[in-house]
Write a protein that binds this ligand. Structure first.
Ligand SMILES: Cc1cc2nc3c(=O)[nH]c(=O)nc-3n(C[C@H](O)[C@H](O)[C@H](O)COP(=O)(O)OP(=O)(O)OC[C@H]3O[C@@H](n4cnc5c(N)ncnc54)[C@H](O)[C@@H]3O)c2cc1C
Length: 486
Protein backbone atom coordinates (compact mmCIF):
# COMPACT_ATOMS: atom_id res chain seq x y z
CA UNK A 1 0.00 0.00 0.00
CA UNK A 2 1.46 3.39 -0.96
CA UNK A 3 1.14 6.35 1.34
CA UNK A 4 -1.26 8.13 -1.03
CA UNK A 5 -3.57 5.10 -1.06
CA UNK A 6 -3.74 5.13 2.70
CA UNK A 7 -4.99 8.74 2.82
CA UNK A 8 -7.38 8.99 -0.09
CA UNK A 9 -10.95 7.83 -0.54
CA UNK A 10 -11.14 4.12 -1.11
CA UNK A 11 -12.69 3.20 -4.49
CA UNK A 12 -16.13 1.62 -4.19
CA UNK A 13 -17.26 -1.61 -5.86
CA UNK A 14 -20.17 -1.36 -8.30
CA UNK A 15 -23.02 -3.67 -7.23
CA UNK A 16 -23.44 -4.60 -10.91
CA UNK A 17 -19.95 -6.15 -10.78
CA UNK A 18 -20.83 -8.45 -7.87
CA UNK A 19 -21.51 -11.86 -9.43
CA UNK A 20 -22.90 -13.43 -6.28
CA UNK A 21 -23.21 -12.47 -2.64
CA UNK A 22 -21.26 -14.71 -0.26
CA UNK A 23 -23.14 -13.55 2.83
CA UNK A 24 -26.29 -11.51 3.51
CA UNK A 25 -27.95 -9.73 6.39
CA UNK A 26 -30.43 -6.91 6.91
CA UNK A 27 -27.85 -4.85 8.79
CA UNK A 28 -24.08 -5.33 8.45
CA UNK A 29 -21.99 -3.79 11.25
CA UNK A 30 -18.31 -3.12 10.52
CA UNK A 31 -16.25 -3.22 13.74
CA UNK A 32 -16.97 -4.77 17.12
CA UNK A 33 -15.90 -2.16 19.66
CA UNK A 34 -18.37 -0.33 21.89
CA UNK A 35 -20.13 1.45 19.00
CA UNK A 36 -20.43 -1.67 16.83
CA UNK A 37 -21.66 -3.81 19.73
CA UNK A 38 -24.37 -1.34 20.70
CA UNK A 39 -25.41 -0.86 17.07
CA UNK A 40 -25.70 -4.64 16.61
CA UNK A 41 -27.69 -5.17 19.82
CA UNK A 42 -30.14 -2.39 19.05
CA UNK A 43 -30.64 -3.49 15.42
CA UNK A 44 -31.11 -7.14 16.42
CA UNK A 45 -33.58 -6.22 19.17
CA UNK A 46 -35.52 -4.20 16.58
CA UNK A 47 -35.98 -7.43 14.64
CA UNK A 48 -33.25 -7.13 12.03
CA UNK A 49 -31.02 -9.99 10.93
CA UNK A 50 -27.57 -8.61 11.89
CA UNK A 51 -24.04 -9.60 10.89
CA UNK A 52 -21.00 -8.09 12.64
CA UNK A 53 -17.70 -8.11 10.71
CA UNK A 54 -14.57 -7.62 12.84
CA UNK A 55 -10.99 -7.57 11.57
CA UNK A 56 -9.59 -8.96 14.86
CA UNK A 57 -10.42 -12.47 16.05
CA UNK A 58 -12.93 -11.19 18.59
CA UNK A 59 -14.74 -8.11 19.82
CA UNK A 60 -13.19 -5.39 21.97
CA UNK A 61 -11.26 -2.87 19.87
CA UNK A 62 -9.81 0.19 21.54
CA UNK A 63 -12.87 0.18 23.81
CA UNK A 64 -11.45 -2.88 25.60
CA UNK A 65 -8.13 -1.07 26.24
CA UNK A 66 -9.86 1.92 27.81
CA UNK A 67 -10.40 3.07 31.36
CA UNK A 68 -14.11 2.43 30.97
CA UNK A 69 -15.35 5.88 31.99
CA UNK A 70 -18.73 6.59 30.36
CA UNK A 71 -20.09 10.15 30.45
CA UNK A 72 -23.74 10.11 31.57
CA UNK A 73 -25.86 12.52 33.57
CA UNK A 74 -29.05 14.46 33.93
CA UNK A 75 -29.87 12.61 37.16
CA UNK A 76 -28.65 9.01 36.93
CA UNK A 77 -29.34 6.72 39.92
CA UNK A 78 -25.61 6.89 40.79
CA UNK A 79 -25.59 10.70 40.77
CA UNK A 80 -28.70 10.79 42.95
CA UNK A 81 -27.37 8.17 45.39
CA UNK A 82 -24.16 10.21 45.75
CA UNK A 83 -26.10 13.41 46.47
CA UNK A 84 -25.61 15.21 43.14
CA UNK A 85 -28.57 17.02 41.67
CA UNK A 86 -28.21 17.11 37.85
CA UNK A 87 -30.54 17.81 34.94
CA UNK A 88 -30.38 17.37 31.16
CA UNK A 89 -30.31 21.19 30.83
CA UNK A 90 -27.21 21.59 33.04
CA UNK A 91 -25.51 18.69 31.26
CA UNK A 92 -26.32 20.30 27.90
CA UNK A 93 -24.90 23.69 28.95
CA UNK A 94 -21.70 22.02 30.11
CA UNK A 95 -21.18 19.82 27.05
CA UNK A 96 -21.86 22.58 24.53
CA UNK A 97 -19.17 24.67 26.26
CA UNK A 98 -16.64 21.92 27.00
CA UNK A 99 -16.91 20.00 23.70
CA UNK A 100 -16.99 23.04 21.44
CA UNK A 101 -16.43 25.16 19.59
CA UNK A 102 -18.97 23.93 17.06
CA UNK A 103 -20.41 21.10 19.15
CA UNK A 104 -23.31 19.48 17.25
CA UNK A 105 -26.41 20.87 18.98
CA UNK A 106 -28.79 18.14 17.76
CA UNK A 107 -26.50 15.38 18.96
CA UNK A 108 -25.77 17.02 22.32
CA UNK A 109 -29.50 17.68 22.90
CA UNK A 110 -30.51 14.06 22.20
CA UNK A 111 -27.55 12.70 24.18
CA UNK A 112 -28.45 14.75 27.29
CA UNK A 113 -32.20 14.19 27.11
CA UNK A 114 -31.78 10.42 26.85
CA UNK A 115 -28.73 9.99 29.08
CA UNK A 116 -30.55 8.53 32.10
CA UNK A 117 -32.35 6.08 29.78
CA UNK A 118 -28.96 5.15 28.29
CA UNK A 119 -27.66 4.38 31.80
CA UNK A 120 -30.62 2.03 32.35
CA UNK A 121 -30.08 0.44 28.92
CA UNK A 122 -26.45 -0.39 29.80
CA UNK A 123 -27.53 -1.86 33.15
CA UNK A 124 -30.25 -3.91 31.43
CA UNK A 125 -27.58 -5.26 29.06
CA UNK A 126 -25.38 -6.48 31.88
CA UNK A 127 -23.14 -3.49 32.76
CA UNK A 128 -23.22 -2.92 36.56
CA UNK A 129 -22.40 0.38 38.29
CA UNK A 130 -21.71 0.84 42.00
CA UNK A 131 -23.56 3.78 43.55
CA UNK A 132 -20.40 5.49 44.85
CA UNK A 133 -18.34 8.64 44.22
CA UNK A 134 -14.53 8.72 43.96
CA UNK A 135 -12.93 12.09 44.82
CA UNK A 136 -9.82 12.14 42.59
CA UNK A 137 -10.91 13.47 39.18
CA UNK A 138 -10.23 12.72 35.49
CA UNK A 139 -8.98 9.11 35.59
CA UNK A 140 -10.76 5.86 36.22
CA UNK A 141 -10.78 5.06 39.97
CA UNK A 142 -8.31 2.30 40.94
CA UNK A 143 -11.14 0.81 43.02
CA UNK A 144 -14.53 -0.43 41.78
CA UNK A 145 -16.07 2.97 42.61
CA UNK A 146 -18.08 4.68 39.94
CA UNK A 147 -18.63 8.42 39.69
CA UNK A 148 -15.86 11.00 39.03
CA UNK A 149 -15.47 14.56 37.81
CA UNK A 150 -13.89 14.13 34.39
CA UNK A 151 -14.06 17.34 32.40
CA UNK A 152 -13.24 20.25 34.70
CA UNK A 153 -16.93 20.71 35.57
CA UNK A 154 -15.93 22.24 38.94
CA UNK A 155 -13.27 24.59 37.53
CA UNK A 156 -13.24 27.77 35.45
CA UNK A 157 -14.85 28.48 33.01
CA UNK A 158 -17.35 25.63 33.24
CA UNK A 159 -18.23 26.17 36.92
CA UNK A 160 -19.72 29.51 35.82
CA UNK A 161 -21.56 28.05 32.83
CA UNK A 162 -23.30 25.04 34.40
CA UNK A 163 -23.85 23.70 37.88
CA UNK A 164 -20.75 21.56 38.64
CA UNK A 165 -21.54 17.86 39.06
CA UNK A 166 -19.56 14.70 38.27
CA UNK A 167 -20.83 12.64 35.33
CA UNK A 168 -18.23 10.05 34.34
CA UNK A 169 -19.49 6.58 35.37
CA UNK A 170 -17.14 3.61 35.56
CA UNK A 171 -18.62 0.09 35.51
CA UNK A 172 -18.21 -1.80 38.77
CA UNK A 173 -14.74 -3.26 38.31
CA UNK A 174 -11.49 -2.39 40.11
CA UNK A 175 -9.16 -0.25 37.97
CA UNK A 176 -9.43 0.21 34.19
CA UNK A 177 -12.82 -1.19 33.22
CA UNK A 178 -12.81 -1.06 29.40
CA UNK A 179 -12.15 -4.80 29.07
CA UNK A 180 -14.89 -5.59 31.55
CA UNK A 181 -17.33 -3.27 29.74
CA UNK A 182 -16.60 -4.96 26.42
CA UNK A 183 -16.98 -8.47 27.90
CA UNK A 184 -20.48 -7.44 28.95
CA UNK A 185 -21.32 -5.83 25.59
CA UNK A 186 -19.93 -8.77 23.59
CA UNK A 187 -22.07 -11.16 25.66
CA UNK A 188 -25.13 -8.97 25.13
CA UNK A 189 -24.45 -8.93 21.37
CA UNK A 190 -24.25 -12.73 21.32
CA UNK A 191 -27.51 -12.97 23.29
CA UNK A 192 -29.22 -10.58 20.84
CA UNK A 193 -28.93 -13.13 18.04
CA UNK A 194 -26.55 -11.06 15.90
CA UNK A 195 -24.08 -13.21 13.96
CA UNK A 196 -20.40 -12.35 14.49
CA UNK A 197 -17.61 -13.04 12.00
CA UNK A 198 -14.04 -12.48 13.24
CA UNK A 199 -10.84 -12.15 11.17
CA UNK A 200 -12.97 -10.29 8.64
CA UNK A 201 -11.35 -7.08 7.44
CA UNK A 202 -13.68 -4.83 5.44
CA UNK A 203 -12.01 -3.17 2.50
CA UNK A 204 -14.55 -1.27 0.46
CA UNK A 205 -18.24 -0.50 0.10
CA UNK A 206 -20.49 -1.88 -2.61
CA UNK A 207 -22.63 0.83 -4.16
CA UNK A 208 -25.76 0.44 -6.31
CA UNK A 209 -26.73 2.41 -9.40
CA UNK A 210 -28.51 5.09 -7.38
CA UNK A 211 -25.42 5.67 -5.22
CA UNK A 212 -26.84 3.86 -2.20
CA UNK A 213 -24.73 1.39 -0.21
CA UNK A 214 -25.67 -2.21 -0.92
CA UNK A 215 -22.95 -4.07 0.98
CA UNK A 216 -19.26 -4.44 1.75
CA UNK A 217 -16.28 -6.32 0.40
CA UNK A 218 -14.42 -8.13 3.17
CA UNK A 219 -11.26 -10.26 3.34
CA UNK A 220 -11.83 -13.47 5.28
CA UNK A 221 -9.89 -16.76 5.19
CA UNK A 222 -7.50 -15.22 2.66
CA UNK A 223 -10.34 -14.70 0.22
CA UNK A 224 -12.48 -11.79 -0.85
CA UNK A 225 -16.16 -12.07 0.09
CA UNK A 226 -19.04 -9.85 -0.92
CA UNK A 227 -21.57 -9.22 1.83
CA UNK A 228 -25.01 -7.88 0.99
CA UNK A 229 -26.70 -5.50 3.41
CA UNK A 230 -30.44 -5.48 2.70
CA UNK A 231 -31.13 -2.44 4.89
CA UNK A 232 -27.76 -0.87 5.60
CA UNK A 233 -24.10 -0.94 6.55
CA UNK A 234 -23.02 0.62 9.88
CA UNK A 235 -19.38 1.71 10.01
CA UNK A 236 -18.11 1.50 13.60
CA UNK A 237 -14.44 0.76 12.97
CA UNK A 238 -12.65 3.36 15.11
CA UNK A 239 -10.64 6.47 14.20
CA UNK A 240 -7.36 7.09 12.36
CA UNK A 241 -4.66 7.73 14.98
CA UNK A 242 -2.65 4.72 13.70
CA UNK A 243 -2.61 6.01 10.11
CA UNK A 244 0.50 8.18 10.03
CA UNK A 245 -0.27 9.65 6.61
CA UNK A 246 -3.82 10.64 7.56
CA UNK A 247 -2.60 12.25 10.80
CA UNK A 248 0.08 14.12 8.85
CA UNK A 249 -2.47 15.41 6.36
CA UNK A 250 -5.35 16.27 8.66
CA UNK A 251 -4.03 16.72 12.18
CA UNK A 252 -0.24 17.05 12.09
CA UNK A 253 0.16 18.37 15.65
CA UNK A 254 -1.17 15.08 17.05
CA UNK A 255 1.92 13.38 15.60
CA UNK A 256 3.97 15.07 18.35
CA UNK A 257 2.19 13.04 21.04
CA UNK A 258 4.14 9.91 22.00
CA UNK A 259 1.25 7.63 23.03
CA UNK A 260 -1.28 6.88 20.30
CA UNK A 261 -4.43 5.70 22.06
CA UNK A 262 -5.76 3.09 19.71
CA UNK A 263 -5.22 -0.42 18.41
CA UNK A 264 -4.07 -1.22 14.86
CA UNK A 265 -7.60 -1.04 13.48
CA UNK A 266 -7.62 2.72 14.09
CA UNK A 267 -6.18 3.13 10.60
CA UNK A 268 -8.94 5.27 9.10
CA UNK A 269 -10.01 2.56 6.67
CA UNK A 270 -13.74 2.91 7.33
CA UNK A 271 -13.56 6.69 6.96
CA UNK A 272 -11.85 6.27 3.59
CA UNK A 273 -14.41 3.61 2.54
CA UNK A 274 -17.24 6.07 3.21
CA UNK A 275 -15.40 8.89 1.45
CA UNK A 276 -15.38 6.65 -1.63
CA UNK A 277 -19.18 6.54 -1.44
CA UNK A 278 -19.35 10.35 -1.28
CA UNK A 279 -19.32 10.93 2.51
CA UNK A 280 -18.25 14.21 4.05
CA UNK A 281 -15.49 14.29 6.69
CA UNK A 282 -15.46 17.01 9.34
CA UNK A 283 -13.26 18.34 12.15
CA UNK A 284 -10.42 16.09 11.04
CA UNK A 285 -7.92 18.29 12.91
CA UNK A 286 -9.57 17.64 16.30
CA UNK A 287 -8.02 15.31 18.86
CA UNK A 288 -8.07 14.30 22.50
CA UNK A 289 -4.72 15.30 24.00
CA UNK A 290 -4.17 14.18 27.58
CA UNK A 291 -1.10 14.68 29.74
CA UNK A 292 -1.51 12.76 33.00
CA UNK A 293 -0.44 15.66 35.25
CA UNK A 294 -2.67 14.31 38.02
CA UNK A 295 -3.32 12.43 40.27
CA UNK A 296 -2.70 13.84 42.77
CA UNK A 297 -4.78 16.89 41.99
CA UNK A 298 -3.01 18.89 44.72
CA UNK A 299 0.00 19.14 42.35
CA UNK A 300 -2.08 21.62 40.36
CA UNK A 301 -1.43 24.15 43.15
CA UNK A 302 1.69 24.75 41.12
CA UNK A 303 1.53 26.76 37.89
CA UNK A 304 1.77 25.68 34.24
CA UNK A 305 3.85 28.01 32.10
CA UNK A 306 4.81 28.07 28.43
CA UNK A 307 8.36 28.14 27.08
CA UNK A 308 8.73 31.84 27.90
CA UNK A 309 7.44 31.56 31.47
CA UNK A 310 3.84 32.78 31.05
CA UNK A 311 0.75 31.02 32.38
CA UNK A 312 -1.89 30.15 29.76
CA UNK A 313 -4.61 28.12 31.52
CA UNK A 314 -6.13 27.56 34.98
CA UNK A 315 -4.17 24.59 36.26
CA UNK A 316 -7.15 23.01 38.08
CA UNK A 317 -8.94 22.35 34.78
CA UNK A 318 -9.20 18.88 33.15
CA UNK A 319 -5.71 17.81 32.08
CA UNK A 320 -7.05 17.08 28.61
CA UNK A 321 -8.02 20.74 28.28
CA UNK A 322 -4.56 21.81 29.48
CA UNK A 323 -3.11 19.38 26.93
CA UNK A 324 -5.16 20.77 24.04
CA UNK A 325 -4.34 24.38 25.04
CA UNK A 326 -0.65 23.51 25.17
CA UNK A 327 -0.42 21.42 21.98
CA UNK A 328 -2.58 23.62 19.78
CA UNK A 329 -1.60 27.06 21.14
CA UNK A 330 1.80 26.69 22.87
CA UNK A 331 3.54 24.34 20.41
CA UNK A 332 3.46 21.47 22.92
CA UNK A 333 5.96 23.12 25.31
CA UNK A 334 5.04 23.51 28.95
CA UNK A 335 6.57 23.40 32.46
CA UNK A 336 4.89 22.74 35.78
CA UNK A 337 6.48 25.09 38.34
CA UNK A 338 6.24 24.11 42.02
CA UNK A 339 7.93 24.85 45.33
CA UNK A 340 8.95 22.36 48.00
CA UNK A 341 5.62 22.68 49.80
CA UNK A 342 3.76 21.44 46.70
CA UNK A 343 6.18 19.07 44.97
CA UNK A 344 5.63 15.33 44.84
CA UNK A 345 5.91 12.63 42.15
CA UNK A 346 2.65 12.18 40.32
CA UNK A 347 1.08 8.82 39.46
CA UNK A 348 2.67 8.86 36.00
CA UNK A 349 6.10 9.22 37.65
CA UNK A 350 6.83 12.75 36.39
CA UNK A 351 9.73 14.20 38.37
CA UNK A 352 11.52 17.55 38.65
CA UNK A 353 13.83 18.24 35.72
CA UNK A 354 15.22 21.56 37.06
CA UNK A 355 15.70 22.49 40.76
CA UNK A 356 17.06 25.86 42.01
CA UNK A 357 17.05 27.88 45.23
CA UNK A 358 15.44 30.96 43.65
CA UNK A 359 12.90 31.60 40.90
CA UNK A 360 15.54 33.79 39.15
CA UNK A 361 17.93 30.84 38.97
CA UNK A 362 15.13 28.52 37.80
CA UNK A 363 14.22 30.97 35.04
CA UNK A 364 17.87 31.09 33.95
CA UNK A 365 18.34 27.35 33.98
CA UNK A 366 15.16 26.95 31.87
CA UNK A 367 16.58 29.40 29.31
CA UNK A 368 13.60 31.75 29.64
CA UNK A 369 13.80 35.49 28.87
CA UNK A 370 15.03 37.38 31.97
CA UNK A 371 12.25 38.54 34.27
CA UNK A 372 9.22 36.79 32.76
CA UNK A 373 8.94 33.75 35.06
CA UNK A 374 9.99 35.92 38.01
CA UNK A 375 7.12 38.30 37.24
CA UNK A 376 4.68 35.47 36.59
CA UNK A 377 5.41 33.92 40.00
CA UNK A 378 5.40 37.29 41.83
CA UNK A 379 2.05 38.29 40.27
CA UNK A 380 0.54 34.86 40.94
CA UNK A 381 1.81 34.78 44.55
CA UNK A 382 0.52 38.27 45.29
CA UNK A 383 -3.05 37.41 44.25
CA UNK A 384 -2.97 33.79 45.46
CA UNK A 385 -2.22 35.05 48.97
CA UNK A 386 -5.57 36.88 48.78
CA UNK A 387 -7.40 33.89 47.29
CA UNK A 388 -7.67 35.32 43.76
CA UNK A 389 -6.44 34.42 40.28
CA UNK A 390 -7.39 37.43 38.13
CA UNK A 391 -5.82 35.95 34.99
CA UNK A 392 -7.26 32.42 34.80
CA UNK A 393 -9.67 32.12 37.76
CA UNK A 394 -8.22 29.03 39.39
CA UNK A 395 -10.38 28.02 42.35
CA UNK A 396 -9.42 29.62 45.67
CA UNK A 397 -8.97 26.18 47.25
CA UNK A 398 -6.19 25.44 44.75
CA UNK A 399 -4.33 28.74 45.19
CA UNK A 400 -1.13 28.49 47.20
CA UNK A 401 1.71 31.03 46.83
CA UNK A 402 5.00 29.47 45.71
CA UNK A 403 7.30 30.64 48.50
CA UNK A 404 9.12 27.59 49.93
CA UNK A 405 12.51 26.99 48.26
CA UNK A 406 13.94 25.18 46.48
CA UNK A 407 11.79 25.70 43.40
CA UNK A 408 11.39 23.07 40.71
CA UNK A 409 10.24 22.76 37.11
CA UNK A 410 8.86 19.59 35.62
CA UNK A 411 9.36 19.65 31.86
CA UNK A 412 6.01 18.44 30.47
CA UNK A 413 6.78 19.09 26.79
CA UNK A 414 5.61 16.59 24.19
CA UNK A 415 9.13 15.22 23.68
CA UNK A 416 9.79 14.85 27.42
CA UNK A 417 6.78 13.05 28.84
CA UNK A 418 3.88 10.87 27.90
CA UNK A 419 1.16 12.65 25.92
CA UNK A 420 -1.79 10.48 24.97
CA UNK A 421 -3.92 11.18 21.93
CA UNK A 422 -6.60 9.90 19.59
CA UNK A 423 -8.52 11.48 16.74
CA UNK A 424 -11.95 13.07 17.13
CA UNK A 425 -12.69 13.97 13.50
CA UNK A 426 -14.46 11.70 11.06
CA UNK A 427 -17.62 11.14 9.07
CA UNK A 428 -20.35 13.76 9.20
CA UNK A 429 -23.44 12.04 10.56
CA UNK A 430 -26.87 12.97 11.79
CA UNK A 431 -27.84 12.06 15.36
CA UNK A 432 -29.70 9.14 13.75
CA UNK A 433 -26.39 7.74 12.47
CA UNK A 434 -27.11 8.52 8.81
CA UNK A 435 -23.95 9.49 6.93
CA UNK A 436 -24.06 12.79 5.02
CA UNK A 437 -22.45 14.07 1.83
CA UNK A 438 -20.82 17.54 1.66
CA UNK A 439 -24.24 18.78 0.46
CA UNK A 440 -25.86 17.38 3.63
CA UNK A 441 -27.70 14.71 1.64
CA UNK A 442 -28.15 11.30 3.27
CA UNK A 443 -26.27 8.40 1.62
CA UNK A 444 -28.87 5.64 1.41
CA UNK A 445 -27.88 2.50 3.29
CA UNK A 446 -24.86 4.03 5.07
CA UNK A 447 -24.66 4.67 8.84
CA UNK A 448 -21.76 5.26 11.24
CA UNK A 449 -20.94 5.71 14.92
CA UNK A 450 -18.06 5.99 17.39
CA UNK A 451 -14.65 7.34 16.43
CA UNK A 452 -15.31 6.68 12.75
CA UNK A 453 -17.49 9.80 13.07
CA UNK A 454 -17.20 13.28 14.49
CA UNK A 455 -19.34 12.97 17.63
CA UNK A 456 -20.23 14.90 20.76
CA UNK A 457 -16.63 16.07 21.24
CA UNK A 458 -16.25 18.49 18.35
CA UNK A 459 -12.96 20.10 19.42
CA UNK A 460 -12.97 19.99 23.22
CA UNK A 461 -13.02 16.73 25.16
CA UNK A 462 -14.05 15.37 28.55
CA UNK A 463 -13.01 11.93 29.85
CA UNK A 464 -15.75 9.40 29.23
CA UNK A 465 -17.35 11.08 26.23
CA UNK A 466 -15.90 8.70 23.62
CA UNK A 467 -17.33 5.51 25.13
CA UNK A 468 -20.51 7.45 25.87
CA UNK A 469 -21.11 8.71 22.37
CA UNK A 470 -19.90 5.42 20.85
CA UNK A 471 -22.42 3.40 22.85
CA UNK A 472 -25.22 5.98 22.59
CA UNK A 473 -24.94 6.82 18.88
CA UNK A 474 -24.10 3.21 18.03
CA UNK A 475 -27.58 2.43 19.34
CA UNK A 476 -29.16 5.22 17.27
CA UNK A 477 -27.42 3.96 14.10
CA UNK A 478 -28.55 0.39 14.84
CA UNK A 479 -32.15 1.44 15.33
CA UNK A 480 -32.23 3.65 12.21
CA UNK A 481 -30.63 1.02 9.99
CA UNK A 482 -32.96 -1.71 11.25
CA UNK A 483 -36.01 0.35 10.36
CA UNK A 484 -34.79 1.42 6.91
CA UNK A 485 -37.13 0.46 4.10
CA UNK A 486 -35.10 -0.27 0.95
C1 LIG B 1 -5.70 3.53 27.36
C2 LIG B 1 -7.02 4.13 26.88
C3 LIG B 1 -7.90 4.64 27.81
C4 LIG B 1 -9.11 5.20 27.40
N1 LIG B 1 -10.03 5.56 28.34
C5 LIG B 1 -11.23 6.03 27.95
C6 LIG B 1 -12.27 6.24 28.92
O1 LIG B 1 -12.12 5.95 30.12
N2 LIG B 1 -13.45 6.75 28.47
C7 LIG B 1 -13.68 7.03 27.15
O2 LIG B 1 -14.75 7.51 26.81
N3 LIG B 1 -12.73 6.79 26.22
C8 LIG B 1 -11.54 6.26 26.58
N4 LIG B 1 -10.61 5.96 25.62
C9 LIG B 1 -10.96 6.16 24.21
C10 LIG B 1 -11.95 5.09 23.77
O3 LIG B 1 -11.52 3.82 24.24
C11 LIG B 1 -12.15 5.01 22.26
O4 LIG B 1 -12.20 6.29 21.68
C12 LIG B 1 -13.45 4.23 21.96
O5 LIG B 1 -13.35 2.98 22.57
C13 LIG B 1 -13.71 4.09 20.47
O6 LIG B 1 -14.78 3.17 20.31
P1 LIG B 1 -15.20 2.66 18.85
O7 LIG B 1 -16.28 1.66 19.03
O8 LIG B 1 -15.43 3.83 17.97
O9 LIG B 1 -13.86 1.97 18.30
P2 LIG B 1 -13.16 0.61 18.75
O10 LIG B 1 -13.47 0.24 20.13
O11 LIG B 1 -11.71 0.72 18.40
O12 LIG B 1 -13.81 -0.48 17.81
C14 LIG B 1 -13.55 -0.49 16.43
C15 LIG B 1 -13.44 -1.94 15.95
O13 LIG B 1 -13.42 -1.94 14.53
C16 LIG B 1 -12.48 -2.92 14.10
N5 LIG B 1 -12.07 -2.57 12.73
C17 LIG B 1 -11.27 -1.57 12.33
N6 LIG B 1 -11.15 -1.56 10.99
C18 LIG B 1 -11.90 -2.59 10.53
C19 LIG B 1 -12.17 -3.08 9.23
N7 LIG B 1 -11.65 -2.51 8.14
N8 LIG B 1 -12.97 -4.17 9.12
C20 LIG B 1 -13.52 -4.77 10.22
N9 LIG B 1 -13.29 -4.32 11.48
C21 LIG B 1 -12.49 -3.24 11.63
C22 LIG B 1 -11.37 -2.82 15.12
O14 LIG B 1 -10.58 -3.99 15.13
C23 LIG B 1 -12.15 -2.62 16.41
O15 LIG B 1 -12.46 -3.83 17.04
C24 LIG B 1 -9.41 5.35 26.01
C25 LIG B 1 -8.51 4.83 25.07
C26 LIG B 1 -7.35 4.20 25.49
C27 LIG B 1 -6.45 3.57 24.47
Amino acid sequence: MTSRESVNASAVRDAGDVKSWDLEADVVVVGFGCAGACAAIEAAEAGADVLVLERASGGGGTSAMSGGLIYMGGGTPVQRACGYDDSPEEMHKFLIAACGPEADEAKVRMFCTESVAHFHWLVAHGVPFKHTFYPEPFMEPPTDDCLVYSGGEDAFPFDRIAKPVPRAHKPQYAGAAGGFLMQKLVSATERSGARILGDARCETLVVDRQGGVAGVVVRHDDAERCVRARRGVILAAGGFIQNREMVARYSPLLAKCSFKLGQDGDDGRAIRMAMGAGADIIRMDAGEVAIPLTPPRRLMRGILVNRVGQRFVNEDTYYGRAGQECLFHQDGRMYLIVDTAIYERNLAGMTATHVEDTVEDLERSLGMPAGVLVNTVAYYNHHAAQGHDPLFHKNAAMLQPLTTPPYAAIDCSTDKTLWATFTLGGLHTRATGEVLTPDDAVIAGLYAAGRTTSGIAAYGYVSGISLADGTFFGRQAGRTAASAAR
